[in-house]
Ligand binder design. Structure first.
Ligand code: LMR
Length: 354
């Protein structure tokens, strides 16, 4: 990987080239708040419904709790946050629609979940974007090339969606009921994927097929053999009990689960300026907290899986991991250059020394 300086240069080139246009925010004004107050400035109160699909114990669940705690405290009770975890209010299939119609005001979906609305966000789904979790803050931050491409994404703005932060759940591992030491071991297996073309292509190049399914459906699909395997960080595998129906995990660290913390822009704009600042500052604090806990929660989840004794975890050698990487980098990255942005792909490949 290229050092910090190199990344800054790559970013500078990208910005100078002016390839990413700053997009205008969505509609402004009062009266937007189905989940809010009356929308006028002053002492009125606002309620933010924040819906997500994982358990409260995961890095996203914990960051959501942190956001609630900070925003309620800083606003002196003028903002209340109601968190709906575990797809209990909305799931993968309807949560973005619910956000746009202001039935919920905030979400933190994984990048792949935005594919139909803003396909360029699949940048975070590129396989082997990171070698280790330590690389994450350099590549994904509000002022990195990838981060700016997300904050300034025109399709999100056009859909009344404002980005408040970038959260994550670390790196993904492969699970199935067979040992997966080489890409050839995946040949003929079927994997559940998030609805991302990049992820479909990744599995294709490993000789496997894939089926997009909502997160809430994954455990049952694995248990009933609808699919053979899936990819997720340990915390998602453990908290959904996937390990109880998967005999093998390959510690591949091959991909990233990056969350885009978003708010209905019209709702956001309906709040007085001081509350908007509090929401953004609280999102920033929750983002820092998310990064602090993500690695640790995933390590703890790996230990829990090991102790459960249901699943063999295979740690790949550098050479074995490289074989998985060679099958998809740079081919999958280049395949999606037009979708993600050729300049961004080039900048990221340069960072990788590819
Ligand atoms: C998945 O669908 O596998 C993940 O995006 C779930 C999540 O939100 O971590």
């Amino acid at each position: 990987m290229m050092g910090r300086q190199g990344r800054r240069s790559a970013l500078a080139v990208l910005l100078l080239a002016g390839t990413i246009a700053l997009s205008a925010c969505g509609a402004r004004g009062a009266g937007a708040g189905g989940g809010g107050g009356d929308g006028a400035a002053g002492g009125e109160t606002f309620t933010i419904k924040l819906s997500h699909v994982v358990t409260p114990a995961t890095p996203k669940g914990q960051a959501a709790e942190k956001f609630k705690e900070v925003v309620e405290e800083r606003s002196g009770g003028r903002i209340t946050v109601e968190i709906y975890p575990n797809s209990e209010l909305y799931g993968d299939k309807d949560e973005l629609q619910a956000l746009q119609s202001n039935s919920v005001q905030m979400l933190a979906p994984a990048s792949a979940k935005f594919t139909t609305v803003a396909p360029a966000l699949q940048v975070l789904d590129l396989p082997f974007l990171f070698d280790t979790v330590e690389d994450i803050p350099d590549v994904v931050s509000p002022d990195s090339a990838a981060g700016r491409a997300i904050y300034e994404n025109e399709a999100l703005a056009a859909n009344n969606i404002k980005v408040l932060g970038l959260w994550d759940n670390g790196l993904k591992q492969l699970s199935s009921n067979t040992e997966m030491r080489t890409p050839a071991d995946l040949a003929g297996l079927s994997f559940r994927i998030q609805p991302s073309d990049v992820l479909r292509s990744q599995f294709e190049r490993w000789g496997a097929s894939s089926t997009p399914l909502a997160f809430a459906e994954v455990y049952n699909a694995l248990q009933q053999g609808v699919v053979d395997g899936q990819e997720n960080p340990y915390s998602n595998i453990e908290s959904q009990n996937m390990h109880t129906v998967q005999s093998h995990i390959t510690a591949s660290n091959h991909g990233y689960i990056g969350y885009v913390l978003v708010i209905n822009n019209e709702f956001f704009e309906s709040m007085p300026a001081d509350l908007q600042e509090i929401v953004q500052a609280s999102a920033d604090e929750a983002s820092t907290y998310n990064r602090e806990v993500a690695a640790q929660l995933n390590e703890e989840a790996r230990t829990t899986i090991e102790q459960a004794g249901t699943t063999t975890i295979l740690d790949l050698t550098d050479e074995e991991r490289q074989a998985f990487r060679d099958a998809v980098v740079p081919s999958v990255w280049q395949q999606y250059a037009d979708v993600i942005g050729p300049e961004l792909i080039d900048a990221l490949l340069a960072e990788q020394g590819a």
